[in-house]
Design a protein around this ligand. Structure first.
Ligand code: CO
Length: 154
């Protein structure tokens, strides 16, 4: 039957396009924790080359409140890290110590205190494979200790 052959072809085409869109969308999950000793539990975050999106969860494994030992996770190019960290201090607690509408900020979470966690997603289209990226906590005084490198596809 010509008609059923046609419909089978339509269904098959639909399945193939669904399968190819699965192949090209891959969310990669990362969890990082900050503690009351002003430390992240990771200094390197590798993101595989085939990830199209990063789902990052920041956990505060300590007990201190956000005002005393707040942590966030901010991602910039390594060249932008110190200037953005300084701008973050000026931006103040109302902005979670992240400079507002600053294009140098590739991604960032909100600030969390002891026992809290937060999750963000961002597309890897914001990253260049093999680029030099630094993540850090922009809470004043934390970024000299709480920092590491994020590597995409390398
Ligand atoms: Co911090």
């Amino acid at each position: 039957m010509a008609t059923s052959k046609f419909f089978r072809a339509v269904v098959l085409t639909g399945m193939l396009s669904a399968m190819s869109s699965f192949a090209y969308a891959k969310t990669c999950s990362v969890t990082i924790a900050g503690n009351d000793q002003m430390q992240f539990d990771k200094t390197a975050i590798p993101i595989a080359a085939d990830c199209t999106e990063v789902e990052l969860t920041l956990k505060h494994s300590g007990k201190l409140p956000v005002t005393a030992m707040g942590h966030n996770w901010v991602l910039t190019k390594t060249a932008d890290f110190q200037p953005v960290a300084t701008a973050g201090t000026s931006a103040g607690p109302a902005n979670s110590y992240v400079p507002k509408d600053d294009k140098r900020v590739i991604a960032h979470t909100k600030l969390v205190g002891g026992g809290e966690s937060t999750t963000i997603k961002f597309p890897t289209s914001k990253l260049t494979k093999g680029g030099d990226y630094t993540f850090f906590c922009s809470f004043p005084g934390h970024w000299s200790l709480m920092k590491g490198k994020l590597a995409f596809g390398s």
